[in-house]
Write a protein that binds this ligand. Sequence first.
Ligand code: ATP
Length: 259
Amino acid sequence: MPLDLEQIEAGLTTRKVGRSIIHEMVCDSTMNIARSEAQDGASHGTVVLAEEQTSGRGRFGRSWTSPPETNLYLTLIVRPPLERLRSLTMIAPLAVCQAAEDVVNLNARIKWPNDVLVGERKLAGILVETEVSGQDVRFALIGIGLNVNLDVDRAPEIAQIATSLMRESGRRVSREETLAALLNRLEELYESPAAAIVEAWRSRLETLGRHVKLSLGDNVYEGVAEDVDDVGSLVLRRPDGSTMTFEAGEVSLRDPGGA
Ligand code: ATP
């Protein structure tokens, strides 16, 4: 069944986030619809929601598996000040973790910068896109794909790497309740001080202390993920003892031995 918007609204405690929802049965990607809505003046907090995506996408053009009426695929349109932009990458995975805890008492963790994992499996993917001209942020788009009732065995391409709220909790989970919890958390975090966001996000990071590989373009850097700085960049301690800092958004992170 498609999402029941009234039920979602009944669960919202927000002022702006989710107060306007554009609900598509099927679309290529909620990011594309949100971009054109934002260009046409959609207000801060507008959410584009789809039951199914035919070209759901992740970072670097990777595809996001988006079967119908099973999961949540949404893009939130925000209009933040410039100094708020960096925190968007942290707010989204954190809100997903908190919502998963609210709804099924799940302890999800974040793989730097913004994959949401349970154990080694991916529960949600996040994509943040921004449109900035000079010092002026025209808008930012926070895309979230959250596996709610996905039966991973029915999606062979991700069967070994994905999980869902249903898989973790052992029961079907209300998509409406999950979405309301997510939107409530998103607004709460969006309005929190930047330092509090970094701290909460940092404490959910499963990456710290791990031996990792970072690919940046054609280069690969290996070392221990030592820390994150106050804007969320990753500090890598290299085998020669030196450190390098990587901005979220520019690199892909792999455990050694991985692809
Ligand atoms: P990674 O390092 O895991 O590739 P990433 O941030 O680059 O992380 P994303 O862009 O967020 O990845 O997501 C795309 C990847 O996620 C795909 O390449 C695929 O492996 C995986 N994936 C696609 N659809 C789903 C899904 N519904 N649930 C879990 N994982 C998925």
